[in-house]
Design a protein around this ligand. Structure first.
Ligand SMILES: Cc1cc2nc3c(=O)[nH]c(=O)nc-3n(C[C@H](O)[C@H](O)[C@H](O)COP(=O)(O)OP(=O)(O)OC[C@H]3O[C@@H](n4cnc5c(N)ncnc54)[C@H](O)[C@@H]3O)c2cc1C
Ligand SMILES: NC(=O)c1ccc[n+]([C@@H]2O[C@H](COP(=O)([O-])OP(=O)(O)OC[C@H]3O[C@@H](n4cnc5c(N)ncnc54)[C@H](OP(=O)(O)O)[C@@H]3O)[C@@H](O)[C@H]2O)c1
Length: 251
């Protein structure tokens, strides 16, 4: 376990039966908003590796005294059900370094930054939006969170805080796919882009001239959104070949 930092769970929040946040004390770990840590627990006896580790995006902004992670329980998964069973006081291990390039510093200038997420893909945006960077780099920021049911529209307090702090520059658009919910759009992000409802709701354009899109969550959503945006001339951003789309897939 020598390459792992031992941290401690200081709080557990169960949003639903399968959606959980853990607050973790691990002072030695620093990161940029949008990056991920590796969380780990000792592997079961007889396993080839001593630890079972997986990547998880930081939800907290970098200067927060404790780290926070949001995750869904994948039934039968090697790690997520065990993480969900942890509670305050339990030990948890973290990789010694944060990783990832899903950061605003990697994104070129644009009029509007679109933050498009499904499920737990909301996490890195909560970190990013609570730093100063996006507000000095983009005129508008739109956060879209798409979930199956309204109970999964989590972190309303944090989002309301950004709405208060960044009034006029920030728009939050909840999307619910498997029930109707007042105030939320119905359906999936790619269809809502294609038929213009997402832009109409946000009051901002999602096109190559004015926007950059950061996509995080379900890889099928990431693929389908890229296909729709390609019809608008938007392509993946790379350091050597600037574009309009930055992605993080969770599996
Ligand atoms: C860069 C990166 C960042 C990540 N950040 C997060 C995060 O912040 N929160 C989080 O919950 N997960 C995150 N993940 C996924 C996470 O690392 C684990 O894969 C997940 O918690 C399941 O772990 P497991 O060992 O139980 O099952 P695994 O064997 O790792 O996964 C089994 C299957 O579960 C499904 N799955 C995995 N993750 C998710 C998910 N988040 N939502 C829906 N279905 C999923 C996929 O079908 C996957 O093949 C991230 C992954 C990557 C690559
Ligand atoms: N959420 C739950 O109720 C629940 C319960 C038990 C277990 N789980 C476990 O958690 C895992 C993840 O669940 P999750 O709900 O967090 O994530 P998810 O399955 O990725 O769903 C989140 C949102 O993404 C949408 N989506 C799926 N594919 C898409 C695509 N190709 N394009 C655009 N949008 C797309 C979903 O719409 P659709 O609804 O149309 O698919 C939903 O609105 C499941 O695989 C399961 O193992 C979840």
């Amino acid at each position: 376990m020598s390459s792992w930092l031992e941290g401690r769970v200081v709080a557990r929040r169960g949003w639903t039966e399968t959606l959980v946040s853990l607050t973790v004390d691990a002072p030695a770990l620093t990161f940029q908003a949008g990056q991920f840590a590796r969380l780990a627990l000792p592997a079961p006896a007889g396993s080839p590796e001593p630890m079972v580790g997986r990547p998880y995006s930081f939800v907290n902004p970098p200067e927060a005294p404790q780290h926070e992670f949001l995750f869904v329980v994948v039934p039968g998964g090697p790690l997520s059900p065990r993480l969900a069973a942890l509670d305050a006081g339990d030990a948890i291990w973290l990789g010694p370094r944060a990783n990832g390039f899903f950061c605003v510093s990697e994104v070129p200038e644009a009029g509007t930054l679109w933050c498009l997420s499904t499920g737990t893909g909301l996490g890195p945006f909560l970190s990013i939006l609570r730093t100063a960077d996006p507000w000095s780099r983009f005129g508008r920021v739109v956060l879209v969170h798409a979930v199956r049911v309204a109970a999964e529209l989590v972190y309303r307090d944090a989002i309301d805080g950004v709405l208060r702090d960044r009034a006029g520059a920030f728009t939050y658009v909840p999307v619910v796919s498997r029930e109707t919910h007042a105030g939320a759009l119905s359906g999936r992000i790619p269809a809502l882009i294609a038929d213009g409802r997402l832009e109409a709701r946000a009051g901002a354009a999602l096109n190559a001239a004015d926007a950059h899109a950061m996509l995080c969550g379900n890889p099928a959503m990431v693929d389908d959104v890229q296909a729709v945006l390609a019809t608008r001339g938007m392509r993946r951003h790379r350091r050597r070949e600037p574009g309009h789309i930055t992605v993080e897939t969770y599996w």
